[in-house]
Design a protein around this ligand. Structure first.
Ligand code: F6P
Length: 360
């Protein structure tokens, strides 16, 4: 059984296709898909769909996930409404494992981010034959060089910068582009370099608003006439906090990041920047549409290898990209640390060498 969990991400369908195509080369394995992460097993009636080669034809180009996904709840924390209208979560993992045995599921491939792989680990420790496949546009999973979806998001942000440059230059404006990435600045950093931004603000390097203003003035003093700032949604000022809201969605564990671009525009005005400032939030555009070729290839490799792990009985592992190989990492290790930008690392060094300021 294959399923997708967490936020969607370009390349999920290419993984599903890889799994199904590889399984179809064996006589021992048939693949079914569970709808909306593990919810399809937990619901009554169950929502499990058959997946054959015909169903996955051409799926490598399709964004989103044909199985649906969710980043709420899950077998260990299933939301249940109480008579007074409040919600509690209950552990339904044992019941789900019984159901999987009853349905005749021999192995599960769970495609998802850190939250989903923690669920994979919990279920593996309870005896489920499970293989993890990492996904996230944020590229914040350690122990894999890249996650698929990331390059697509970076391309979308870079295209957006290219477009903002022409309007910024025409109006002599400061443009702020807010991009996703949660606690990691990878999307911002890569797209700032690729798009030739002047300032890049990331969660790993808290910014001083005065230093950001200095860089803006420097641009205008040198008669560049405009300034492009890429800000990661998780960026924060020195001594300050992230911008976002506590979600009111049931079972949603995170703070919903968003709004730092608008806040930054206001702070820059308050700090005395007199040029016109506009901000753009790319939001979920970064997760939509077709995956770029790199992500299709990586996702296809993950799908094929994950199925081979199942065939070989290599459970409790997450497939990972260690250039030039696709390897297996024990799930317990895979979820231990986040992959964050190293402020003293190569890419920040390159960016600074290009004159990109980080507000530090
Ligand atoms: O983790 C992927 C991601 O797109 C983050 O970059 C972003 O903060 C979050 O998901 C948005 O989540 P949601 O789709 O639930 O608003």
């Amino acid at each position: 059984m294959v399923l997708t969990g967490g936020g969607d991400c370009p390349g999920l369908n290419a993984v599903i296709r890889g799994v199904v195509k590889r399984a179809s080369q064996t006589s021992d394995w048939e693949v079914v898909g569970c709808v909306e992460s593990f919810n399809g097993v937990l619901r009554e009636p169950t929502e499990i769909v058959e997946l054959d080669e015909k169903r996955v034809d051409g799926l490598q180009i399709q964004g989103g996930t044909i199985l649906g996904t969710t980043n709420k709840g899950g077998p260990f924390a299933w939301p249940v409404r109480q008579p007074d209208g409040t919600w509690i979560t209950v552990d339904r993992s044992d019941e789900m494992l019984r159901k999987l045995r009853y349905i005749g599921v021999d192995a599960v491939i769970n495609i998802g981010g850190d939250g989903s792989q923690r669920i994979s680990l919990g279920l593996f420790e309870k005896g489920l034959n499970i293989v993890g496949v990492p996904k996230t546009i944020d590229n914040d999973l350690s122990l894999t060089d890249y996650t698929f979806g990331f390059q697509t998001a970076v391309q979308i942000c870079t295209d957006a910068i290219d477009k903002l440059v022409t309007t910024a230059a025409s109006h002599n404006r400061v443009f702020i582009l807010e991009v996703m990435g949660r606690d990691a600045g990878w999307i911002a950093l890569h797209s700032a370099i690729a798009g030739g931004a002047d300032i890049c603000l990331i969660p790993e390097i808290p910014y001083d608003i005065r230093r950001v203003r200095e860089k803006i003035e420097q641009r205008y003093n040198k008669r560049h006439g405009y300034c492009i700032i890429v800000v990661a949604e998780g960026a924060k000022p020195c001594g300050g906090d992230v911008t976002g809201t506590v979600s009111d969605e049931v079972g949603y564990r995170h703070i919903k990041l968003g709004g730092v671009g608008e806040q930054l525009a206001a702070d820059l005005k308050a700090a005395g920047v007199e040029h016109d400032i506009r901000y753009t939030i790319l939001g979920h555009l970064q997760r939509g549409g077709t995956p770029v070729a790199f992500d299709r290839v990586l996702a296809s490799e993950f799908g094929v290898r994950a199925m081979e792990f199942v065939i070989d009985g290599r459970f409790g592992q997450m497939v990972a990209y260690h250039h030039p190989d696709i390897v297996g990492i024990p799930l317990a290790e895979a979820v231990r640390t986040q992959n964050l930008v190293n402020p003293a690392g190569r890419l920040v060094h390159t960016a600074k060498g290009l004159g990109i300021a980080f507000g530090d």
